[in-house]
Design a protein around this ligand. Structure first.
Ligand code: SF4
Ligand code: SF4
Length: 123
């Protein structure tokens, strides 16, 4: 079945990927590599590259809209792992649509999930 995230990556190059600071690996062994993050306020860090105009996460590998993967998939933050592609399990995600459109791709439609085997992710 198609995995739309592996040919997309738009959300990783559109939003600020921020998360509670303690998800980084200085506080949580196996967590988000701190060297790939920056502090954004007292409580939150963000993936480097996403806290800027024209964001692109430093952990995103590949070409958006063609072929991508997350180089820290197992260590990504809850912000990333909780971000579901639109219509997965019937739930619309307008932010997925927004990111895809911003990168010149059509929003996902419910039909793409007709035969899902597992949660597809960018990463
Ligand atoms: S899923 Fe990976 S590449 Fe995408 S924003 Fe999160 S850490 Fe970065
Ligand atoms: S969640 Fe949506 S925007 Fe992000 S990679 Fe998947 S399809 Fe693209």
């Amino acid at each position: 079945m198609p995995n739309p995230c592996l040919n997309c990556g738009a959300c990783c190059a559109f939003f600020r990927a921020s998360f509670y600071w303690a998800e980084a690996d200085d506080a949580t062994p196996g967590g988000v590599p701190i060297e790939l993050t920056e502090q954004v306020n007292d409580l939150h860090r963000a993936m480097r590259g996403t806290n800027q105009v024209a964001p692109r996460c430093v952990a995103l590998q590949g070409v958006v809209g063609v072929s991508v993967h997350c180089s820290i998939y197992e260590q990504r933050s809850s912000t990333c792992s909780d971000f579901a592609p639109s219509w997965f399990e019937g739930v619309h995600n307008e932010r997925c649509d927004q990111a895809r459109v911003a990168h010149g791709m059509a929003p996902l439609t419910p039909e793409i999930w007709d035969a899902p085997e597992e949660m597809p992710r960018v990463a």
